[in-house]
Design a protein. Structure first.
Length: 353
């Protein structure tokens, strides 16, 4: 803005000496006044517009402040991403900087896209994060278990976003007081979930490429196993509670074996309703599986060893043919992210090829 300092007496002399100047001076004053009021109006309108836009402009203002203070700026999404979840929908204009996940499968999803969560729970059967994720996670805060998240630990992180499952509906009201919270169905297809994370993290292309890569990997392995596994049955079992849990064709991991890879389940495992059935050691010979993937962890190691020492177990066809493959329980049925799923497929390939 330009400002002028004039001698008041000189102005009055000129004004009285030259009547024509009176008119010109008056017009000039009016023009100046209009221009001044217009500038004020523009400034006021700009302020009102900023207030009306709300979150978008407030977020932009914060971004500008961050730039001025040389701090990290949240990347702005190319287009706002709206995520549908069990409590409604949430729209993102910026990539959340600090995300807390209340299921390890979501940590897997984020790491697959190259982003570390700000904090994560652990599975109920693990003392910490699974080995396949541990190195990738570093020293991020561990926030209790999936079953009992540590709310105080979550508060301390001051997250921008919390991602939980339908199991956490009972603490949803507590979570939303801490940060915006998305509730996803825990058994939702991992590929669908990955694409949602791609939207939230501005990694849509990377997420789609991972889905496409998995489909190609499955197609190649299915072709490679087709002749060798023809007429062979494959079972997925887990010793538990003095019995053996047989994962049926409805189970998520079983679907990798039977739906994705086209392997044949034993008749006893075909079930369109229940994801598992319990059978006794005495009944397992009736399973008549040619191959068995046995899930083991620290909770069932003693029971598994006890079963393996029995004559019933030793006389199973799969045992005699050395077709029993011991795998980690949590990795196979606890973490349904792209990293874990691809590891499962690799382990299936190593066992059966």
């Amino acid at each position: 803005m330009m400002s002028f300092i004039l001698n008041k007496k000189k102005v009055e002399e000129l004004y009285n000496m030259y009547p024509k100047i009176k008119f010109v001076w008056t017009i000039s004053l009016l023009v100046s006044l209009v221009m001044f009021l217009g500038a004020c109006s523009d400034s006021s309108n700009q302020g009102n517009n900023n207030a009306g836009v709300g979150t978008t402009n407030q977020a932009q203002a914060k971004n500008n402040e961050s730039v001025n203070s040389n701090s990290v700026v949240k990347p702005v999404l190319a287009a706002p991403a709206t995520i549908q979840h069990l409590k409604g929908e949430m729209t993102f204009e910026n990539v959340p900087k600090k995300i807390v996940v209340l299921d390890v499968q979501y940590a897997d999803q984020m790491l697959a896209l190259g982003i570390k969560p700000a904090g994560s729970v652990v599975a109920e059967t693990d003392n910490g994060l699974p080995p396949y994720l541990g190195d990738k996670m570093g020293n991020i805060p561990l926030l209790g278990t999936y079953l009992e998240p540590n709310l105080e630990g979550i508060i301390a992180i001051e997250p921008d976003l919390i991602i939980a499952t339908d199991y956490h509906n009972k603490i949803y009201e507590n979570l939303v007081k801490i940060a915006p919270t998305i509730i996803l169905q825990r058994n939702e297809d991992w590929q669908t979930v990955l694409l949602k994370f791609g939207q939230i993290l501005n990694k849509q292309q990377e997420a789609q490429e991972m889905v496409n890569g998995y489909k190609q990997k499955i197609s190649d392995l299915k072709t490679a196993l087709a002749n060798k596994m023809k007429g062979q049955t494959v079972a997925l079992i887990r010793p538990r509670d003095k019995m053996i849990r047989l994962q049926t064709t409805s189970h998520r991991t079983s679907q990798i074996l039977y739906d994705d890879l086209g392997l044949t389940p034993p008749q006893m495992a075909i079930n369109g309703k229940d994801t598992s059935v319990m059978i006794s050691l005495e009944v397992i010979p009736e399973l008549a599986a040619d191959h068995m993937f046995l899930l083991q962890d620290d909770t069932n190691l003693e029971l598994t060893t006890k079963f393996q020492d029995t004559s019933i177990w030793k006389n199973l066809k799969a045992v005699k043919d050395n077709h029993v493959y011991v795998e980690n329980t949590a990795q196979w049925i606890g973490y349904y992210g792209p990293i874990a799923i691809n590891l499962i497929v690799d382990q299936i390939a190593d066992a059966l090829k």
